[in-house]
Write a protein that binds this ligand. Structure first.
Ligand SMILES: *[C@@H]1O[C@H](CO)[C@@H](O)[C@H](O)[C@H]1NC(C)=O
Ligand SMILES: *[C@@H]1O[C@H](CO)[C@@H](O)[C@H](O)[C@H]1NC(C)=O
Ligand SMILES: *[C@@H]1O[C@H](CO)[C@@H](O)[C@H](O)[C@H]1NC(C)=O
Ligand SMILES: *[C@@H]1O[C@H](CO)[C@@H](O)[C@H](O)[C@H]1NC(C)=O
Ligand SMILES: *[C@@H]1O[C@H](CO)[C@@H](O)[C@H](O)[C@H]1NC(C)=O
Ligand SMILES: *[C@@H]1O[C@H](CO)[C@@H](O)[C@H](O)[C@H]1NC(C)=O
Ligand SMILES: *[C@@H]1O[C@H](CO)[C@@H](O)[C@H](O)[C@H]1NC(C)=O
Length: 373
């Protein structure tokens, strides 16, 4: 085996496992927060400034998670102005890191997972109760966050509520609106319809609810990402669904039970994640690029004409590392240009600086092995 082969093998195996996974969220003043873009956290301010020539504010501070997980997810607790971050610490996969957006401080909430699998779930944070509901390996779990904006020293626990009435192979896509959890892409359910769990009654509605487009066509029955639009206060009434092919954005209104079809993201990235505020849907792609679609609830003509723009304030401080869908050779501000490192494994983000360190270690290790032959 040649030195080069050995080095590239080692580079591949190490860099693939240490890719960081950033996430975006809003605070209750609708400032866009981006966590772990090129290893730092930023506040990009409100929507009116995102496309300007300024720079996002660095809000990186102590107590933050290592962001070394592969599937980090962020949730806004609107009552507490806290962001709950899951999957951001590979050593403590069940812990929920709490960012108090008012105090700008972090704390770590210990969580007992029980039979909840932190490596396989989808979850929503219920607006009114501040309780997480998650589907993991076919079971519905809940995690009551109380009104925490800083961690409690007593661990919290995921409670296994009940088995969900969905096929075992269901890869969950969950969306919250009006205290109902909408399960999209359930096998056997017609395109455009969702199965519903009514939170306040702990009740799986037996009949799926259709959400047709105005012309009678339907959201495709396919896997994708979902995120709820917030209101200034009160429970969400609409959610966005973005299929994996990024071909369109579907906005479902659960008051009228109808769907609007809007422009798909410019960056077609099956590994992108999304977070909606009140007046925008934000995409974080797997190279660390952040863009948004402006949105006005109830204004079909404006929404139909809306298009995606880059959040230049974030790109100015943390340029995306490479094209998301082709990230076989990360380059740019953080990834370095080490050969052969792939990010194909997971919901990666822009590789953080740890990639470079591991790559160097790998080269040293390989050199040592070869030298000893
Ligand atoms: C990340 O998500 C992928 C896809 O759902 C899953 O296969 C993998 O196990 C997850 N990894 C971790 C560390 O949670
Ligand atoms: C219905 O409307 C959507 C969105 O405008 C469009 O993509 C689709 O082709 C239409 N379907 C039919 C059957 O007209
Ligand atoms: C919308 O769907 C919900 C849930 O199935 C149902 O309770 C409600 O009556 C429907 N509303 C309309 C206007 O059809
Ligand atoms: C939609 O927005 C446009 C532009 O702001 C405004 O002129 C129009 O009145 C709005 N329509 C509705 C139904 O809100
Ligand atoms: C990459 O992007 C192209 C064009 O946008 C798309 O057709 C293709 O499916 C994507 N490939 C992967 C692996 O996501
Ligand atoms: C991915 O790489 C191929 C070959 O280098 C290139 O043709 C294609 O445009 C790239 N796709 C994207 C989405 O950047
Ligand atoms: C990356 O590539 C550039 C141009 O080829 C080179 O100057 C630079 O030293 C490389 N950086 C690393 C970390 O290899």
């Amino acid at each position: 085996m040649s030195l080069l082969t050995l080095v590239s093998l080692l580079l591949f195996s190490t860099s693939a496992t240490v890719l960081a996974s950033p996430c975006v969220a809003f605070d209750i003043n609708w400032n866009l927060l981006a966590f772990d873009l090129d290893g730092k956290d930023y506040n990009a301010g409100t929507q009116d400034t995102w496309t300007g020539s300024g720079k996002a504010t660095d809000i990186t501070t102590s107590g933050r998670p290592p962001f070394d997980g592969s599937n980090t997810t962020c949730y806004l607790s609107q009552y507490t102005n806290a962001i709950y971050v899951m999957g951001a610490d590979s050593q403590e996969p069940a812990s929920v890191y709490i960012y108090d957006a008012g105090a700008k401080s972090w704390s770590t909430q210990a969580v007992t997972a029980g039979s909840f699998d932190p490596s396989s779930f989808d979850a929503i944070l219920d607006h009114d109760t501040n309780v997480f509901y998650a589907l993991s390996n076919g079971n519905l779990f809940s995690l009551d966050m109380g009104l925490l904006k800083a961690a409690n020293s007593t661990p919290l626990a995921w409670v296994n509520a009940e088995q969900a009435p969905y096929p075992a192979n269901y890869q969950p896509v969950m969306a919250l609106a009006q205290n109902h959890i909408h399960f999209l892409d359930v096998p056997g359910v017609a395109a455009g319809s969702a199965d519903i769990f009514v939170i306040h009654y702990s009740y799986f509605q037996p009949v799926p609810q259709p959400f047709p487009l105005p012309n009678g066509s339907a959201i495709p029955a396919t896997y994708g990402q979902a995120t709820s639009f917030f209101q200034e206060s009160g429970v969400q009434q609409e959610f966005a669904f973005i299929p994996q092919d990024s071909s369109a954005v579907y906005v479902v209104n659960v008051e009228t039970n109808t769907t609007q079809m809007l422009a798909g993201p410019t960056t077609k990235d099956p590994k992108a994640t999304y977070f909606a505020g009140i007046t925008s849907l934000v995409q974080l792609d797997s190279a660390g690029g952040v863009s948004f679609l402006p949105y006005q609830e109830g204004n079909v003509s404006v929404n139909s004409a809306a298009s995606w723009s880059t959040v230049s304030l974030l790109a100015a401080v943390a340029p995306p590392s490479s094209s998301p869908n082709n990230s076989t050779s990360p380059s740019g501000s953080s990834g370095g240009n080490s050969t052969g490192s792939g990010s194909s494994g997971n919901t990666g983000g822009a590789p953080s600086s740890s990639t470079v360190h591991w790559s160097l270690l790998a080269i040293l290790a390989a050199a040592a092995i070869v030298a000893s032959l």
